[in-house]
Design a protein around this ligand. Structure first.
Ligand SMILES: Cc1ncc(COP(=O)(O)O)c(C=O)c1O
Length: 495
């Protein structure tokens, strides 16, 4: 009998007609796979039409228009305007392509929709398995602990938070940052990714507490300068707590001397955090592994799987030497979250909601587990080696061309270079290359990003792309030279 309190027909968000939604879902899958299969035939990126932007300025939809009509709008405005990072000639910033299989796994994860905070449910054991595999991949001992997070920025934040709390020497969670009688300081090179200073800010230490150590001419941290900075801070009554080592840097993919940093941290009693957002992944390649020697001494390691693991956003991870220290930093167990001896709130898997910032967490572990099993780590290693070989190939093309010049060494997978012309000074060349970069993006032919090295604006190809082929780099070089020549010939260098 219907409740007397019931005033409206009962509703849910399930489809009114499952068969129609099933057909629509199959169509969505076909459309998306079609697009992935044909990235090569489309521009890497194209400027957005005003119509598409206007479609995102509509009133709040109080009444639903239905799934099919909404999908039509997606097909009209969103699907034809991808960012471009799936394309074989996208080499901007440090981004992965994603994979078709990872996308399917994400759909399964959303379909199952477990809350990955903790409990005796298989999804938590999937993450346990992935974390164990990551330890093996990065050569870390079994007793490290960790969790998957949204990206490298969050992984650095988690690692540095544990560092701060463990090294504070008092109950920082209770007493707060200000109570320390000796202000804490951390160290990182001038090439460290901006997420590290951001983390130091969020930790309440202030960016002045992050000592910026200069780099040598290869962009690697100057070890002597680090030692001097630690000694000076100690002499001035400060409390050095942590060194951030780069594996590798965002600008040029340079590795700090991780073994030397680990030794200094051990001698000085400092926490050693490694930002291995993309560089940590080279540990799975026998050929490249020697570059990350010393990483195994990290007290905490941040790594991304949506960069050189090629998985769809968002998935990264952080591993920390001691589970108790990780839990002591983040666990918060009110009455409604205590563990039970039996039932869903029991279980031997980690309670990930107690090991990081988020309580409710998505099932990002599934795409990692399925992709690692489906493709195998050896294939991942081969793809990473392929990208490094492609970077060397691009370097050789640049070096062979009279109109191009390298602007940084290529220790791994990032190639920084610029168009040059006789008689132009560095300032004018920077303006020319900036204009060239924007025309290159607008051309849709290839999409490197950019950086400034020794005050010179540079094009920067960061190759974490499993779809790139050697011929794609020939196309890039030809287009860069064509555009540079065009700007020169038409005297279009912006003033
Ligand atoms: C070295 C390094 N660390 C951290 C990050 C931040 O990672 P995410 O963008 O996944 O937050 C990046 C991003 O490129 C990076 O290159």
């Amino acid at each position: 009998m219907a409740s007397k309190l019931q005033t409206h027909p009962e509703e849910s968000l399930d489809p009114q007609n499952w068969e129609e939604l099933r057909a629509l879902g199959h169509q969505m899958l076909d459309d998306m796979l079609d697009q992935m299969q044909s990235f090569d035939d489309s521009p890497v990126w194209k400027p957005l039409l005003d119509e598409a932007k206007a479609a995102m300025k509509q009133p709040l939809p109080l009444t639903g228009q239905g799934e099919a009509q909404t999908y039509e709008e997606f097909k009209q405005h969103v699907l034809p305007n991808p960012m471009g990072n799936g394309h074989p000639r996208f080499w901007g910033w440090v981004m992965g392509n994603g994979t078709a299989y990872g996308m399917l796994a994400d759909m399964l994860a959303s379909g199952l929709n477990p809350n990955m905070g903790g409990g005796d449910t298989i999804s938590n054991y999937v993450e346990d398995q992935v974390i164990d595999w990551c330890k093996q991949m990065f050569g870390l001992p079994k007793d490290y602990s960790g969790l998957l997070v949204s990206g490298g920025s969050m992984a650095n934040l988690v690692g540095l938070t544990v560092a701060r709390n463990v090294m504070a020497g008092y109950d920082l969670r209770k007493e707060g940052v200000a109570i320390g009688d000796k202000p804490m300081v951390m160290y990182a090179s001038s090439q460290t990714h901006s997420s590290n200073p951001k983390a130091v800010e969020l930790l309440g230490l202030g960016t002045d507490a992050l000592r910026v150590i200069p780099v040598d001419n290869q962009y690697s941290m100057d070890i002597r300068a680090l030692e001097a900075a630690i000694a000076e801070d100690k002499a001035n009554g400060l409390h050095p707590v942590c060194v951030v080592g780069n594996a590798a840097t965002t600008n040029t993919a340079t590795f700090d001397d991780l073994s030397a940093l680990a030794d200094i941290c051990q001698q000085e009693g400092l926490w050693f955090h490694v930002d291995g957002a993309f560089g940590a992944l080279v540990a799975i390649s026998d050929e490249l592994k020697p570059i990350v020697a010393g990483m195994e001494h990290a007290d905490s390691l941040a790594f991304d799987l949506h960069k050189w693991g090629y998985l769809p956003f968002e998935v990264a991870g952080v591993l920390v030497r001691d589970l108790d220290e990780l839990a002591a930093t983040f666990a918060s167990t009110p009455d409604y979250l205590t563990h039970m001896p039996r039932g869903l709130a029991s279980g031997k898997s980690a309670w990930y909601g107690e090991l990081g910032v988020q309580l409710t967490r998505g099932f990002r572990a599934l795409k990692v587990w399925m992709s690692f099993k489906a493709h195998g780590i050896d294939k991942l290693a081969r793809l990473i080696e392929q990208n490094v070989a492609q970077a060397r190939y691009l370097k050789s093309l640049v070096e062979a061309h009279p109109q191009l010049e390298m602007t940084a060494p290529v220790p791994l997978n990032i190639v920084c270079f610029r168009y040059i012309a006789d008689g132009l000074d560095d300032e004018t060349l920077s303006k020319l290359n900036k204009e060239l970069l924007m025309r290159l993006h607008e051309s849709g032919v290839a999409l490197p990003s950019y950086t400034t090295l020794n005050d010179n604006f540079s094009l920067r190809a960061s190759i974490t792309n499993h779809r790139s082929r050697y011929t794609d780099f020939d196309i890039l070089v030809d287009k860069v030279v064509e555009l540079g020549d065009e700007i020169l010939k038409n005297e279009e260098i912006p003033s």
